[in-house]
Design a protein around this ligand. Structure first.
Ligand code: LMR
Length: 396
């Protein structure tokens, strides 16, 4: 039976890591997968998470099942981190399910939406995270795009985005990157978010927000402001939350699907569906990462230490942005100030897949074929080489 399967092409993002590992050059730089890197080029486990790991290990007396929707105290703490202490006024309308990473939350949300409206249209930004379309589309939803980014003149195509959303029928699902837009790093301004929320509410669209980088753009509150704004504007929405990046626990697969319903009774029904769907997908989510996050968020000293380290990570990324923008501008004679102004781990350079291959083959710079670079892969030690190689690729 399996002989009917044909070979799959390498994953556009994970394939870059494999190619990077195989390159023996001491000059190679990994600008690929979206993981944070410190001054030594390592992806650290935050201090607070390491302490929580010891405490959880010491306190744990059983590894019996938790439940298909996960650990309730973890769900509640992450929901509060996202919505704020007042829950954006929606405390009783929540449905929460712990998921295997943000990807699991996206998948569970897509399954829920397809159960509610089989074959509904789901719009993603153009461009979007490479895994959005496979994750969301294989459920049965019809994936389409809305205009978002002008690559030649790095900026949001806001009028076209709004015009497109304003022409959609009620019930269309819209995936929105809450902060640190992946792959462009170009976020909406607070004023633009207000306009988007108004159109979504007026047209009766269903927002599905992807929050994978809370705390890595500006800070925990400002990075979640778009979600809180939307939660106050619409009766129903979904949010896929990832703890991979801000807690540095990528491989622990720790996420949350947060649903808002029009009232508490609908929220209870939605929670029932989330549990049933999770049971058919992974039965129960993995526990360890959620136990760590629960510990960090519930212990004031650990929480404070984690917030300090997270803000160091965000500041470091933003200062690397400034450094790279300055070197790119100096090497090329063209203004790359937009790289400094964007937020989060990514910027997308105007490179074709051929130019990306040129950067890899001639300068040992590794990035996905769409020209997305992970700013955290840049360092004061390699920034000259990175800038020279990227500009050579732009000109190739
Ligand atoms: C990324 O966008 O690089 C990360 O979120 C990792 C992934 O799964 O693609």
């Amino acid at each position: 039976m399996l002989e009917t399967l044909t070979r799959v092409p390498p994953d556009p993002i994970l394939g870059v890591s494999a190619a990077f590992q195989a390159d023996p050059s001491p000059d190679k730089v990994d600008l690929g997968v979206g993981v944070y890197k410190d001054e030594q080029g390592k992806t650290p486990v935050p201090r607070a998470v390491r302490t929580a790991e010891q405490e959880v290990h010491a306190a744990q007396t059983t590894k019996t099942y938790v439940s298909p929707t996960g650990l309730p105290s973890y769900n509640a703490l992450v929901a509060e981190l996202v919505l704020g202490s007042d829950h954006a006024g929606r405390r009783t309308d929540l449905s929460l399910a712990q998921t295997p990473g943000g990807s699991g939350a996206l998948r569970l949300g897509a399954e829920l939406l397809n159960a509610a409206r089989p074959g509904a249209t789901i719009l993603v930004s153009d461009p979007t995270w490479a895994n959005h379309i496979p994750l969301l589309g294989t459920v049965g939803l019809k994936v389409d795009r809305y205009p978002y980014y002008d690559a030649q003149n790095p900026s949001v195509l806001f009028d076209r985005m709004i015009g497109h959303l304003d022409a959609q029928p009620a019930g269309t699902i819209v995936v929105l990157h809450a902060c640190c837009h992946n792959p462009t790093g170009q976020d909406l301004t607070p004023a633009q978010w207000s306009e988007v929320a108004a159109v979504v509410a007026r047209r009766g669209l269903m927002p599905f927000m992807d929050l994978a980088y809370q705390g890595l753009g500006e800070d925990l509150d400002r990075d979640a402001a778009s979600v809180r704004l939307m939660a106050r504007a619409v009766p129903e929405m979904l949010v896929a939350v990832s703890c991979s990046k801000n807690f540095g626990i990528y491989r622990e697969r720790t996420g949350l699907l947060l649903g808002l319903s029009s009232d508490g009774e609908r929220a209870g029904i939605t929670t029932g569906h989330l549990g049933r769907l999770a049971r058919t997908l992974w039965s129960m989510p993995p526990d360890h990462g959620a136990a760590l996050v629960e510990r960090v968020l519930s212990q004031p000293a650990l929480r404070q230490d984690w917030m300090t380290e997270l803000s160091h990570m965000a500041n470091r990324i933003n200062s690397l942005r400034g450094l790279l923008a300055e070197r790119l501008s100096a090497v090329s004679g063209v203004d790359y100030g937009w790289v400094a102004a964007q937020r989060g781990m990514f910027s997308r350079l105007p490179l074709s897949s051929g130019q990306v291959a040129f950067a890899r083959d001639h300068h040992h710079l590794y990035m996905p074929p769409d020209g997305r670079i992970n700013i955290a892969g840049v360092s004061p030690a390699n920034v000259d080489r990175v800038a020279a190689g990227l500009i050579a690729a732009v000109r190739s």
